[in-house]
Write a protein that binds this ligand. Structure first.
Ligand code: KG4
Ligand code: ZN
Length: 347
């Protein structure tokens, strides 16, 4: 048997454990937390408590599903940062306890690095160097990846993340959290060119989504009476709701189209500037059907080799932590048991 890594991910509201043997993911078990639904967002304290309840059965299930036994595990990998501190601590302490009791090395993994390396799980895999557009609920980045353990952020959001842009837009439309998948759903029936939301003018490879959110707010307050995105006409709640109801599909399609063009224009720029044409997507927002479609079209047009991980490796999952742990094992990047979890992390 080759190198076996047990990985734990607990950075936000998914408790997940995975087994990776020689770069192959044998199990990737994810427990979603439903406790947050009625609050319209993740409640950190409730997330930590749910992780505590989930962690033992989740780890047990992942070992069982992989047909593995604890004695065959060579290392324990875990998400050290970034994320909700209480949630990270649960996974971190559990991983440390396992490493200590099994007398196996511990591998601390950066969650955003792991999102990128999800592209190395299944074939076909990108060759190095590649660019990755990582689009999550909490982060949006363009990463230049030179090797599995050598990567640098060359662009990122200066305010909201792409997932937040979807979720906040959905909230303005009165849709429940997380609204990203709902915008995607309604957009399928709509005209993406019906309403023209402005594209921010940000130099370099950074992103900004907060202006879009404000323009949607004004647009809805104007109940479609103006395309100027200013506070011109204050519609009543009734007028606004009627307007949304009548035009929901077109509004969703237009918002989605704008978010997608903001994202793709920057990755296109990054490709032109670096000369790299191996291009990957990663993160929960890469589930968006509009993004996948337009990414595919642009890849064809510019002769890129494009890659998107399987859906289960796009949203938060321990499979991506396991593959990162595997590469760190090969390069000998182990952590001391004193390593501490961190809510914020620099690369
Ligand atoms: O990567 P992820 O699972 O969590 C973080 O690490 O942040 O991403 C979650 C985000 C949420 O904002 C959710 O609304 C968004 O991904 N999302 C989508 C879709 N599926 C998930 N956004 C747009 N369209 C989708 N189909
Ligand atoms: Zn994530």
């Amino acid at each position: 048997m080759g190198i076996s890594v047990l990985a734990i991910e607990s950075s936000c509201d998914e408790t997940s454990a995975a087994i990776c043997v020689d770069g192959k993911i044998l199990s990737n078990f994810i427990a979603n937390q439903t406790v947050h639904e009625k609050f319209g967002g993740v409640v950190p304290e409730l997330a930590s408590r749910a992780h505590m309840q989930n962690i033992v059965p989740v780890v047990e299930t992942s070992i069982k599903e992989a047909g593995c036994e604890l004695k065959y595990i060579d290392a324990i990998a875990f998400t050290q940062s970034p994320g909700l501190i209480g949630s990270l601590l649960v996974g971190g302490q559990f991983a440390k306890s396992m490493a200590l009791s099994l007398n196996k090395p511990l591998i601390a993994v950066h969650h955003m690095q792991a999102h990128v390396l999800a592209n190395l799980i299944d074939d076909p895999k990108p060759s190095f160097p590649f660019l990755c557009l990582t689009v999550c609920g909490g982060h949006t980045q363009i990463v230049l990846c030179e090797s599995p353990t050598k990567m640098k952020v060359i662009g990122e959001t200066i305010d909201d993340a792409a997932g937040e842009a979807f979720d906040k837009s959905a909230k303005l439309l009165g849709l429940p959290y997380p609204g990203g998948p709902l915008i995607d759903k309604y957009a399928k029936e709509g005209d993406p060119n019906r309403f023209k939301f402005p594209e921010p003018n940000i130099p370099d490879l950074n992103f900004s989504f907060s202006g879009l959110k404000t323009s949607i707010l004004y647009f809805l307050q104007n109940a479609g009476k103006s395309n100027l995105f200013k506070e011109e006409f204050n519609a009543t709640e009734e007028e606004k709701n009627f307007f949304i109801q009548k035009n929901l599909a077109d509004i969703c399609a237009s918002i989605q189209h704008r978010i997608v063009t903001i994202l793709l224009n920057k990755i296109k720029k990054a490709s032109l500037e670096t000369g790299i044409t191996e291009i990957c997507l990663a993160g929960g927002v890469s589930a968006n059907s509009g993004l996948r479609k337009e990414f595919g079209e642009i890849a064809k047009k510019y002769h890129w080799n494009s890659y998107i991980p399987a859906f289960q490796y796009c949203t938060d999952n321990a499979g991506m932590i396991a593959i990162t742990g595997y590469y760190k094992y090969i390069t000998g990047e182990f952590s001391d048991l004193s390593v501490s979890s961190s809510a914020r992390a620099v690369w």
